[in-house]
Design a protein around this ligand. Sequence first.
Ligand code: AHR
Length: 506
Amino acid sequence: STPSARVVIDLDVPGPTISRHLYGHFAEHLGRCVYGGFYVGESSELPHEAGLRLDVVEALRALNIPNLRWPGGCFADEYHWKDGIGPKEQRPGMINTHWGDVEENNHFGTHEFMALCELLGAEPYVNGNVGSGTVQEMSEWVEYLTRDGDSPMVRLRRENGRDEPWTVPFWGIGNEAWGCGGNLRADAYADLATRYATFLKDHGDNKLYRIAAGAADDDLAWTEALMKVISCLGCGKEPRNIFQAVSFHYYTVPGPWAHKGSATSFDVDDYYRTMLKAQDVERVIAGHSAVMDAYDPQRKVGLVLDEWGTWWDVEAGTNPGFLYQQNALRDALVASLHFDVFHRHAERLVMANIAQTVNVLQAMLLTDETGGLVLTPTYHVFEMNKGHHDATSVPVHVVDRPAAYSVDGKDLELVSASASVKDGAGLVSLTNLDPTSALDVVLDLRGAGLASSVGRILAAPKLHAHNTFAEPAAVVPSELDVTEDPRGLRVNLPPHSFATVSLRLV
Ligand code: AHR
């Protein structure tokens, strides 16, 4: 018989708000994310506005992208922002040493990024250069972007055609300082970031949310070093509001870095290991949160996962430094698992940025130079989960569930779920990880009456199903039958699928 599960949802027990910023994005000067992805240049024959590709913008607007992190990544720590302003033909070039060792012409710079954010309706998250920059350079960038009135950087901005200051809420103080951002020890970075943060001023009404570059995976000692600086433990002074958040990065790489595996050619063991790695983000978030709780029990400091997603071998024939990979139904399930975890930890986890939005790693969109545009399975998960943005998370308990699958001595739960309520509506997200069996799910809805419901399903016959320029609709959402049940509702999820059920509550 078909395996089944009961998902108990307490619709009247409010948990933390799920910040829309958990659905944030990341655009690095890497491969074809910026150049050839977002930005095709002003001489392109493709429809564009000041070089920004309009079909890309339109597709992403449908996701209500809340914030966009830029310009890196590792690139951020070798980027000098003054090279990316002014007349394009006068902008100096540089070598992008991390990503393909190619020349960067700086045609996409501060003004282009801010224009992109405006078109997308996204809030900018600018990542400053600690590794090879200076405090003055970063401080002047903030002044250039956000100051009004009259000052040297304001005059420079006006010379470049922008009168009004922009609003920049989010600011990153370097990136991966333990690696490409400078190979620093945690304490050395904590001191350096404190010095930088001191000179990142709030100009006028612009209030910066300063994000310290955080740990790799579960390096809790790194988080602790930053929290010590923030809480000023043992320094004999009051806690300092130096940074408002600390970040960390967590990629779903199930195998060794040298053999990450193919995005579209894998066996069922590879699949299970991938899901185990994705599910493990919960342990990592809980670990960082516990360290932060010890220093900041009132949870004023945010935890930011500003890089996450799958990382596979690049597609055959592409530049290994460009990190271009396909995106299969498996990737979509990695995303849906992450979001369930994010929703559960929304009290501490305030922002997350998938790496990366276009043509790099676990992308939403794949593009080509002739105007081809593919929405990936991961795109559809972001779109189906939109209703969780700024909603109130509610407790979800999966009971009477199928037995967990044991992989490498660890348990992988085969059913994942989360739910939220907002403005008289509810949204339930459900993932069936079983690669061969469908799952009957009873939604045991408690604490509110139900007026109506609509279900959507993202499924395909094969786990490695993916969308291509030739076949862009191999994995797309369709309607899911939702029937009444004495406890609430009932749905049937095909093997390896993701579903949402929207509820109208009374
Ligand atoms: O997202 C690709 C790279 O991964 C980023 O530049 C870096 O921060 C991380 O190692």
